[in-house]
Design a protein around this ligand. Sequence first.
Ligand SMILES: Nc1ncnc2c1ncn2[C@@H]1O[C@H](COP(=O)(O)OP(=O)(O)OP(=O)(O)O)[C@@H](O)[C@H]1O
Ligand SMILES: [Mg+2]
Length: 220
Amino acid sequence: MVELENVTKSYQVRTGRVDALRDVRVNINQGEFVVLRGPSGSGKTTLLMTIAAMLQPTSGSIRIEQNDLYAMSTRDRARFRARNIGFVFQMFHLVPYLNIVENVILASQTAGRINPSAQAGELLTQLGLAERASHKPAELSAGEKQRTAIARALFNRPKIILADEPTGNLDGENATSVFRHLSEFHRSGGTVIVATHGAAAEKFADKVINMREGSIESSA
Ligand SMILES: Nc1ncnc2c1ncn2[C@@H]1O[C@H](COP(=O)(O)OP(=O)(O)OP(=O)(O)O)[C@@H](O)[C@H]1O
Ligand SMILES: [Mg+2]
C-alpha cells in the first residue's frame, strides 16, 4: 500500500549537507501497524513527513495505493493528503483559539457532510472527551490534547494514520490510551505508522522497522 523506492532526503545547512534519508526502500501493507524505531537523528520524522505528503524527498518515489505523491500537482497532493492521511504530532499542534470540536473539523473536508460539528462531537465522545467539547486546548490535560489530535486525524476517515512520537509528552496511562485508540483504527482496517521510543507500542505492532543514520537497518 505504501511503497518507498530509493528515497533520499538531504538538508542543506550552513556547514554542509545532512543526509537524513539514504536510499530507503520500504513496503507497508494495507492494514499493517508499523512501529518505527531508531536513535535521535536517525530520520524517523523525516521519513514520516515524506510519507505524509508534506516533505518532498530529494530523490526516489513514494507511492500510496499506486499514487506517486510527488509526481502530482501541489493541489492534487493536498487533496490526496486530506482524503487519505491523518497525522498525529508529539506536540499536538492544536489551534489555541478554537475549542476542540472546531479543532477537529478545522482541517477537514466538510463539504457534503451533514452537521460536521455533531460528527466531531461523536468522535470526541468515543475518545472520552464528551465533557470537554467546548473547551479550548489550554484547558485540557496533555492526554486530552492528544486524544483531540487523534480525533482530528480520524475525522476525514483516512486510510493511513501517521504518528510521530505521539506519546512523547504523556505519562504511561495516557500513552497506553493513545495506542489503544490507534489500535482500534487499525482493527477497523486502517494502516498505522508510528515513530516511538516507548515500549508500549510493540505489543500493538505487526512490524517493527529500525532506522539508523537515515537507513532502514532491519525490519521484523
Ligand atoms: N529542517 C532541517 N534542516 C537541516 N537538517 C535537518 C532538518 N530536519 C532534520 N534534520 C537533520 O536530519 C536528520 C534526521 O532528523 P529527524 O528529525 O528525521 O530524526 P528523528 O529520527 O526524527 O530524531 P528524533 O528521535 O530526535 O525525533 C538529523 O541529523 C537532523 O539534524
Ligand atoms: Mg523525530
